[in-house]
Design a protein around this ligand. Structure first.
Ligand SMILES: Cc1ncc(COP(=O)(O)O)c(C=O)c1O
Length: 414
């Protein structure tokens, strides 16, 4: 029997995730790679099987019953995403393949018309490559320049520098709400308010925040917000971009082809209304339905409980980790101001060696640069090991993780 945290009955939750019954050489799976992708509850898996078994059809274009049912399920999923993010309307939610594609949508459909030669694009040093490379490409194309908000020694944004850099009147401010390496939770509401006062459009990378805490895009006051379904119990290949209606209306298309048009004639075309203007071709219908099922599941647990549960696991982990000499944990020390992500290095053990030893103990963690090489350069390390939590993790998982860590310490005599 796994010990529940005070907020989530982990034993019950785990029963909903078939993959967690797997064992490796008799050891139960301790899955701590949730920042990379999460496991799927049976309700999500069943929603995909149900879609393909009962009402698979192309959407929006058909008048037959199957197409009507598929369209309704797809659009119902859009409304669930809108409610989950507290968007003003489901029309502000564009389905994409995930956070990376959502950010690229902004880069291609908003960027070229909005960013001019000599403009500044303001990013932070804790961004994932998905929130750096699209802007580097846009800056190169438009003759703009990128500035990065530096970090404090404990892995928070240097707000004094942020304020100073806003003085450059950036056209765009793009930042993550929660770092996938440091766990730092940025005050998105404050950052967006400051950026807006400086005249900038804001893009918030919600890949690591939306799965783990209640998000309210209207309260945050951002222009764009990007999420990935697979990091919040949903299928891979589906995600969403929230965009403020006026901006979405004013933007050109992302990709062109079927479904994103109202009319096409030999000499040109007129675009469809938002959000369909941004959804060219046959999209990921089944996975959108599965994304909706994942949101239903998270709503049944409650996002505040998801967050509390992870803070409890973090607090417990930090107590145990603080007793291990030669261990460096990156990011803020206070569990309340960070997400359930623990990046660390133990003496000079290479992160890949660490992950391999943990794997032999049935503990799945990630190692490497976590698609955040500018941050690795800043930390002065080639990579880190990273354990990350979700609702099905327990104190026992933390114990298994710590025991495996101590085993690595012994193997390497550090
Ligand atoms: C902070 C952050 N942004 C963006 C991404 C990219 O997400 P995806 O690969 O689902 O597009 C990730 C994935 O790890 C992430 O952690």
């Amino acid at each position: 029997m796994l010990e529940p945290t005070k907020t989530v009955d982990v034993e019950k939750v785990r029963g909903d995730f078939p993959i967690l019954r797997r064992t490796f050489d008799g050891k139960r799976l301790v899955y701590l790679d949730n920042a990379a992708t999460t496991q799927k509850p049976k309700a999500v898996i069943d929603s995909l099987v149900d879609y393909y078994s009962r009402y698979n059809a192309n959407i929006h274009r058909g008048v037959h019953q199957l197409s009507i049912e598929a369209t309704e399920a797809h659009e119902a999923a859009r409304k669930k995403v809108a409610r989950f993010l507290n968007a003003g309307s489901h029309r502000e939610v564009v389905f994409t393949r995930g956070t990376t594609e959502s950010i690229n949508l902004v880069r291609f459909a908003w960027g070229p018309a909005a960013v001019k030669e000599g403009d500044v694009v303001l990013l932070t040093l804790m961004e994932h490559h998905s929130n750096i490379v699209p802007w580097q490409q846009l800056a190169k194309e438009r003759g703009a320049r990128i500035e990065y908000v530096p970090l404090t020694p404990d892995g928070r944004l240097d707000m004094g520098e942020f304020e100073r850099l806003l003085g450059l009147s950036p056209a765009l401010v793009a930042f993550t709400q929660c770092s996938n390496v440091l766990g730092t939770i940025n005050d998105a509401e404050r950052l967006c308010s400051m950026a807006r006062s400086a005249g900038a459009v804001t893009v918030v990378d919600g890949a690591q925040s939306a799965p783990h805490m209640a998000v309210d895009v209207r309260r945050i006051g951002c222009d764009f917000f990007a999420v990935s379904g697979h990091k919040m119990l949903g299928p891979t290949g589906i995600g969403a971009l929230y965009g403020r209606r006026e901006l979405l209306d004013s933007m050109g298309p992302f990709q062109t082809g079927g479904d994103m048009i109202k009319e096409v004639h030999v000499d040109g075309a007129r675009w469809n209304d938002v959000p369909y203007k941004f959804e060219a071709g046959t999209t990921n219908i089944a996975d959108a339905v599965g994304f909706g099922a994942a949101i239903d599941y998270l709503a049944s647990v409650g996002m505040d409980r998801v967050r509390r549960h992870e803070v409890e696991l973090l607090r417990y982990s930090f107590e145990k980790l603080s007793a291990i000499p030669a261990l460096t944990v990156y990011g803020p020390a206070d569990p309340e101001s960070r997400g359930g992500v623990i990046s660390f290095n133990l003496a000079d053990i290479h992160p890949h060696d660490m992950a391999s030893i943990l794997d032999a103990e049935g503990v799945a963690i990630r190692s490497g640069h976590h698609c955040a090489q500018p941050l690795m350069d800043h930390l002065g390390v080639p990579g880190t090991s990273r354990a990350s939590f979700y609702i099905y993790n327990s104190y026992d998982d933390v114990d298994a993780f710590i025991a495996a860590l101590l085993k690595a310490k012994k193997v390497f005599s550090v």
